[in-house]
Design a protein around this ligand. Sequence first.
Ligand code: TXA
Ligand code: MG
Length: 307
Amino acid sequence: MANSRTNEPDVASFAEILRAGGIVAFPTETVYGLGADATNSDAVLRIYETKGRPRFNPLIVHVADLAMARRLVDFSPLAEKLAGFWPGPLTLVLPRRVDSGLSDLVTAGLDTVGIRIPDHPLALALIRATGRPLAAPSANPSGRLSPTSAAQVKAALRDVPLLDGGPSQSGVESTILAIAGGGVTQLRAGALPRDEIEHALGRPIAVAEEGGPVTAPGMLASHYAPRASLRLNATTARPGETLLGFGSITGSLNLSPSADLREAARNLFAMLHELDTRATKIAVAPIPRDGLGEAINDRLKRAAAPR
Ligand code: TXA
Ligand code: MG
């Protein structure tokens, strides 16, 4: 849908679909989201059905500004400080207000809400035009690779109205932080590197352990998976494998020939999607673990996990 005079995407008509309880795929700075009015349970149910997503896995709520966020969750002084990263690729898990009006399906029965302000003009315009908080997981079938382009969304979710915003800027999902009892725990490494958050807070933050007590319910061992098998930290391709390179390790595709982690994050899902169409065995070059490398290695580990 585009406005015939300006050729701008017609945000108002997508907002209309959302207000009527429909679902819409839309761009964010991280990956494309599959959105619904977070206050409408029938609409939210459509997300779970379309993705084939387990119902115990709560959804991130997207808002346009802090005023909208304050109507849904309670902010501690620590949360206020972390909200300084908004708009941006940071999701904060905060206590849900009793009068939030959010559907219980969004939080999967938890008394907390994962919430963020996305840094994308079309996403913000869509939320504003809808006038509702939007629940949105990544716009992919559950367990599969997250989409970083409109073409990938179209291929996976053909019948869903799609607001095209071009390729995603950062290419991996938001960093998720739980804030409880004065402490901060990173539940998911993501597009905002942990060292930047630690720098802003002036202290280190905890990292949720695999199988530990504080986790994001959606952090399944096997996730973000291509159809092909994946072997990590490969310096050469074995017979039958296609190599995804990084830096000086050149493969059939290279995440970043100049070994730039931002470029690698942006290319990660798109290149895995691409190799998945022509290979059954993918080998991936080693990626440094610092900065954005934490999120990239996390996604690769889950993509490579036994299914
Ligand atoms: O960048 C992103 O975060 C993208 C874009 C679309 O915003 N969204 C995204 O959503 O990655 P999704 O549904 O694929 O991942 C959401 C994660 C899940 O692991 C879920 O368990 C966790 O957030 N989550 C949501 N609400 C939570 C809560 N109240 N407590 C703990 N974890 C929560
Ligand atoms: Mg996802």
